[in-house]
Design a protein around this ligand. Structure first.
Ligand SMILES: CC(C)(COP(=O)(O)OP(=O)(O)OC[C@H]1O[C@@H](n2cnc3c(N)ncnc32)[C@H](O)[C@@H]1OP(=O)(O)O)[C@@H](O)C(=O)NCCC(=O)NCCS
Length: 299
């Protein structure tokens, strides 16, 4: 059963596909050209109805789904976010079809954009894949318009397909954090140790500060002459703690003992101080800053 939410775009409504959509999906695929690049011929009404039955019954992870794509109240296409049956690792894969008579108006591009926003934003998926027959020019245009990267080829259903991946955009993500500290060399020692242990590397250095970068996010510490107090108090309004992805549990264990000015917090409840489902370490440094190191991988 799909738990896909309804998605709205400027012109389209994407709502969960339903058993009652059988006739509309038969009409959608009536043109044999619609199935030219598929393994099955959905212009056969029986195959189109089976597609609906299979999709409505499919067991999918939360938030994945099969959608009916509606324009002005009529079903003009279908789209999906599912676990791939053809790519290794059962990665998230997108699929989409728009009726021939509605083609070329940007509807597929609009639907794919909405599903990617949902997948990267609400679901937090790190990547969404698409598998497109190498001769399917319209579909290759859709993935190009929606920011997919072409990462290779794969033989599937007896034909050569492009493998494409869409990564989350940077829009709205954390750009940088700046912490004002009472003493720069002490802050550099403790933050350099912690962030360095998680793969951050020195980024910039100036007379009053230093920063480290990981990917496109950086964190800086600065002993600013404009600071109005000597210490950081994490229980006052303002920053309570920074939480960082730490990879596997062994990585959390390695850092949990602290070092270079960091001491463990809540050690008697390690590693479950954040709750039974949460594997994390909590550290506090000499300046009163707290970090939470969270095992993101379940291993
Ligand atoms: C692929 C498909 C979903 C595109 O739907 P759509 O609503 O027409 O897509 P859009 O209008 O958003 O974009 C289509 C783009 O392809 C271009 N295009 C269409 N036919 C083309 C062709 N034969 N050669 C080159 N480009 C083509 C269009 O010009 C448009 O690009 P533009 O916006 O730069 O002009 C639709 O053709 C379809 O359902 N095909 C059958 C099913 C299918 O193949 N699904 C994809 C499986 S991976």
């Amino acid at each position: 059963m799909t738990s896909a939410p309804e998605l709205a775009t400027g012109r389209l409504r994407l709502r969960p596909l339903a058993a009652a959509d059988g006739d509309a999906v038969v009409a959608l695929f009536a043109d044999p050209a619609m199935s030219r690049y598929f393994a099955a011929d959905f212009s056969d009404p029986g195959q189109a109805r089976a597609l609906v039955t299979d999709r409505v019954a499919a067991a999918l992870p939360p938030g994945y789904g099969h959608w009916a794509v509606e324009h002005s109240g009529a079903l003009i296409g279908v789209a999906s976010l599912r676990r791939s049956s053809t790519l290794p690792g059962h990665v998230a894969e997108i699929g989409y079809s728009v009726a021939t008579k509605h083609a070329g108006h940007g509807f597929a591009t609009e639907a794919v954009t909405a599903i990617l926003d949902h997948a990267h934003g609400a679901l937090g998926l790190p990547a969404v894949f698409a598998l497109v027959h190498e001769d399917n020019a319209a579909s290759l245009a859709v993935v190009a318009h929606t920011g997919f990267l072409d990462v290779g080829v794969r033989q599937a259903f007896g034909a050569t397909h492009r493998v494409l991946v869409a990564l989350p955009s940077r829009r709205g993500r954390l750009h940088h954090v700046e912490l004002w500290v009472p003493e720069l060399s002490r802050a550099e020692r403790s933050w350099g140790w912690l962030l360095g242990g998680l793969g951050w590397r020195e980024f910039r250095r100036w007379s009053a500060g230093v920063s480290w970068r990981l990917g496109d996010t950086y964190l800086g510490v600065e002993q600013s002459p404009a600071a109005t107090g000597p210490d950081h108090e994490r229980t006052r309004p303002g920053l309570n703690h920074l939480a960082l992805h730490t990879g596997c549990r062994a990585d959390v264990d390695r850092l949990a003992r602290g070092g270079s000015g960091w001491r463990p917090l809540f050690a008697d409840r390690y590693p479950r101080a954040g709750g039974p489902e949460h594997y994390a370490a909590y550290l506090e440094n000499e300046d009163g800053f707290e970090v939470e190191l969270v095992a993101t991988d379940t291993s």
